[in-house]
Design a protein around this ligand. Structure first.
Ligand code: FES
Length: 170
């Protein structure tokens, strides 16, 4: 369960709508499902691809577009850790703190990264480069302790190597 609750969706203060390209992708997505509601997860991923996170304006847009009540969309967003209802940085870093990775120092790596980058759970670093998120098992236990930098899995890492990897991010 996500630690960001239904009641906490934030406004970005600007309207949201799909680009023409993403609107076409949205239309194509709908053809893959029997009903519109079943396409909600990939549609929310598409919104995040465009906007990084899911502000109130995006939820309203998706609700109108898909004819799904906003509350239902917010429930989905709050349930899944990979959906963000707060602004996040341009690089998402998921650090596994589940059992196997923790046995090899995953929690200490996560805490060490927060300290090094002077940030907190999901909060973008001051330069807007990095958001850190501790996660349950990333499904790569053989790489423990591991993390996912955007779509790339990295591991095993120690704190020094993790910092070095993140310092290289644009
Ligand atoms: S416990 Fe970390 S990837 Fe599985």
């Amino acid at each position: 369960m996500s630690s960001h609750g239904v009641e906490k969706s934030h406004s970005q203060g600007a309207p949201f709508k799909f680009t023409a390209e993403n609107l076409a992708k949205y239309e194509e997505l709908l053809t893959r499902y029997d009903d519109v509601e079943s396409a909600l997860l990939p549609v929310l991923h598409l919104v995040q691809e465009q906007n990084r996170w899911l502000p109130t304006e995006a939820i309203e847009y998706v609700s109108e577009l898909m004819k799904i009540p906003e509350i239902k969309i917010k429930e989905v967003i709050s349930f899944y850790d990979m959906f963000y209802d707060v602004p996040v940085a341009r690089n998402m870093v998921h650090v596994c703190t589940n059992i196997t990775c923790s046995m090899f120092g995953g929690r200490e790596i996560y805490q060490g990264l927060l300290k090094h980058f002077d940030t907190d759970y999901l909060t973008p670093t001051r330069d807007g480069r990095i958001s850190l998120q501790k996660m349950e098992c990333l499904g790569a236990c053989e790489m423990a302790p591991c993390m996912r930098i955007n779509n790339d899995y990295v591991g095993p890492v120690d704190l020094v190597a993790a910092i070095q990897k993140l310092e290289e991010l644009p």
